[in-house]
Design a protein around this ligand. Sequence first.
Ligand code: SAH
Length: 363
Amino acid sequence: MSDLWQDDAKRDLGETFRRLIASTGPISLMHFMGESNTRYYNEKRAIGGAGAAGGDFITAPEISQMFGELIGLWLADIWIRSGRAQPVHYVELGPGKGTLARDAQRAMKKYGLTPRIHLVETSARMRDLQLSTMPDAIHHGDLSTVPMEGPILLVANEFLDALPVRQLVKTVDGWREIMVGVDGLDKFFETPGRQPMDSAVPEARRDDPPGTVIETSPASATVMFEVAGRLASQGGAALFVDYGYTHGRSGSTLQAVKDHRKIGVFDAPGESDLTAHVDFAQMEQIALSRGARVLGTATQGDWLTALGITERAEALARTAPQHREALMRAKDRLTAPDQMGNLFKVLGLAGPDFPDGAGFTGG
Ligand code: SAH
């Protein structure tokens, strides 16, 4: 099989998938998504910037510096109230262009918090971008090499949604994993695998009607398991911001975005951003099971408003009146219910000895 993957960096990923499927049969949707995103983040100019878009999509830290600043403020606040432990580590998962880390660092510094900066990033291209913004950052391929001593202040914005999902479908013969095949016209299509997957489905769901799809993210579950374990053992706090749902749901949430537009999931493997919604209820459950505190899951709109984004926008507008309109537009984009405000959620976690976090009610 190895020669199939030779020179893959140069070969069109769709072509590589077709050859692989022709020789070994359908591949899992999870494999398709994982390989597609690895290629995508290594080669494409994924994330646009404020104003003159560019890239394929835009994220909250690129919309406004207020986003990263308020995250930095939240981290400084909980760190101060927990007793200002040293050493302390800022850890960001999938930091994109490094914009959030830079804005958070600036805000944290104002409150005397100057943690070591650790960026967990797999893409070499993204690492280069991050080093130009955060030259002193230490890069990691995964969490395992992040120091074990001293609390971690961890941030992940639009990270979990990029990790590959597995989809199971109920057929008349029982549960099967959704695979990707190639038809006579060289087009990708979804097809149930041959292997029975009933044991992977929670008992309460096994009798769901044919056609039901269950989507899970084993990679997100693994990340949450590790982060919560570290919060329990070394202390600290974490914020996971992403689009997703807080109550159980069925069906596929997989989508592809290219040039700021939705396209078919199979249309441009390696050239479009494949994402799925995050199951926040499951993330909370995993965190609790590892002994971390769940501070709460709030909508991004409520959370940013509770942290004072309106006042911050006003303050910035007073110093730079020529930017008032742009600042108010950015604030609305981040918080309005019909924009990012409701769809995006903020999950706050902490170590057992850490206090409540600002902006979460209950939890
Ligand atoms: N947080 C940034 C970028 C979001 S895009 C922002 O808000 O702008 C997703 C990021 O996660 C990219 O930097 C991508 O390269 C990185 N990434 C994707 N899969 C990863 C993995 N398995 N491990 C580490 N980083 C990953």
